[in-house]
Every structure is written in C-alpha cells, then in structure tokens.
Design a protein around this ligand. Sequence first.
Ligand code: ADP
Length: 345
Amino acid sequence: MAREQVIGPAPGDDGQKKVDAALRPKLLKEVVGQRKVAERLEIAVRASKKLNEPLGHIIFDGPPGLGKTTFATVLPNELGTSIQMTSGPALAKPADLLPFLTNLEEGSILFIDEIHRMPRVVEEFIYPAMEDFRLDIVLGEGMSARTINYQLKRFTLIGATTRSGMLSGPMRDRFKMHEHLEFYSVEELATIVRVNAAKLATPITDGAAHEIARRSRGTPRVANARLHWARNYAAALHDGAITEEVAHAALDKAEVDADGLDKNDRRYLETLIDVFGGGPTGVEALAATMNLAADTLSDEIEPYLLREQFIVRSPRGRIVTPRAYPVLGKATPPKPRPEGPTLFE
Ligand code: ADP
C-alpha cells in the first residue's frame, strides 16, 4: 500500500475526515460507481507501468464528498508509489511548496486539494515543475538576482477542486486528464453503505442500506456520516444492528428528511421563499441572511439542490422551483398571472 506523507496542515482534520480516511477504498476495483472515470484511470495506470513513465497530471472536479481524494489516494496504491498531500490554502507562497517538491520520489504523487485556492505566485512557480520537472529559483534581488534551475524527480500532480471555473486557463491546460465526478445513484450509495457497515463491523439489512442511501444527497461522504449516526443510534437504543426501522428512526432524529435534505438545505429553501419571495436572489444576500459563508452555499448546499431541481440559477440569481414547497410542508403558490391586462379585463 502507498505510504501517505502529510507535511504541514492536512486538508481538514475534523472527525468526519477521520471517518472518511478509515472507510476510503484502497484500490480502483473497490471504488463504487464513477465507472467511466475509473476505467480511464485504469488505462492510464496500465500505460504508466508499461511505458515506465509517471502518470500524466490529473485534475478532479466536482462537489465535496464525491470521491476526489479517494481517487487520488487509490492511484499510488495501484502504481506502488507514495503520495504527499497538501491543499491550496496551505500553500501561501512558493517556498511552502519546496518541501513537497524536493521530497518527491520518481513517479510519486503530489496531491493538492482545493487547488483553485492556490495563490497565483505559487501557481506560476509550479508550472515549470509540471512541464519539465524543473524549478526556477530566484536568488537575490534587483541587479544581483540570478535564477538557478533545480531538477526534480518525475512526478504526477493531482489537483482536486470544487470550482473548476476558478482555475486559471494556463493551470487547467497543464493537466493531461480532466475528470468530473457526478452525484451517485441510490443503488451505488447503498453498495457503499453496505461495504462500509461491514468495515465498521455493523450488521445492516438491505432495506436499511437503501434507506440511508436514499437520504444521502447522492454523496458518499454524506452516506458515511448518516451510516455512522445510524450505527451509534442502533448501538445506543437497540441491539447494534441497523434495520430499516432503526435507520428510519435514526435519520428522523437527525432531522434528515425523506428526500435526504438536512437542516441547512431546508433553511436555504425557507430563506429563499420566506425572505426573498422565492428569488431571484444573489448568493451573497442569501448567505448574509443565513449567516453562512457564500462559498458554503455555492459549494456544499447548492449543487445538490440544483441537481434535484429544487432551485434553478438565472443571470439574476437563484430561484426556487415548485418542487421545493411540498418538501417544506408549504402549499405550492399559484402560477403568477401574466403581466398586463388579459383579454377578459
Ligand atoms: P472529496 O475529496 O471529493 O471531497 P472524498 O474522496 O474525501 O471526497 O470522499 C469522502 C468519502 O466518501 C471517502 O472517504 C470514502 O469513504 C467515500 N467515497 C467517496 N467516493 C467513493 C466511491 N466511489 N466508492 C466508495 N466510497 C467512496
């Protein structure tokens, strides 16, 4: 298995990350769903081994919790190499990248999470490393400044981003593979829940796995968190096994509704309807009213609401759709009358 080196702050250190790490698949064949992405990566891995070349640089994009880090950590296992992990916000200046770049082994992987948050100076510093495995280090200033070139081991950069639109053109062009991760089907999530329940040595029925899957917003990380909660609920109040009934009660207790929407999702829809009359409203105004960061709304809450068409995006802002009303126990408002006098007035 790959050695995982973390230098500097790891990309997120909270409890959920620990659960994620424990449950993360180790090999491509253990990865559930995203078949097309997995097949392309399998081809790339095979080619890399046959041609004795490092894997081309890869960028993964998609909403949080869909498996970007999972794919990145599976690849070194497949290649029999090591991985170093960092994140865009941890790389404030070019010097922050040096320990990672100089620690590289031939063919090893450098993973940068939230790569769109890397400052431009760091981005420019990494270009020659990506293209020619070379660093240009400027020593001194003004007239006496000189550049020395430092040859690096051939490596693979894997970037992950929730905002591919925020990547600069030159950065995007330097990646050989661009892989977009999609939300998962209920069937795929149910498989993930069953596999992970087994890893946690928790008995679970098929019906319960589906119940958790249906209420997990199409997202494996959410499924892991819901499974964890259902497991605690089963252990505390029942005999430890997750039956459909136990899963149902556990998720009701966590205020996750039948569509999988949680408190924040419902607050978002409620704010949009009750405060802004259903929209259109800019994300900044919504975020300020909800007392949350605009990034949290657009990265974590909106992608699923958009996919399930509870909201739509327009040039003037977010608009709620009629689908959202029953979810909140509200009557769908009548269609607005066309403006201006009608034939009968
Ligand atoms: P991201 O990096 O996109 O935010 P992660 O790769 O950290 O998401 O995924 C969160 C967790 O969800 C992982 O630890 C893993 O347990 C689970 N997971 C994600 N994708 C898959 C998958 N395709 N198959 C099985 N489990 C997955």
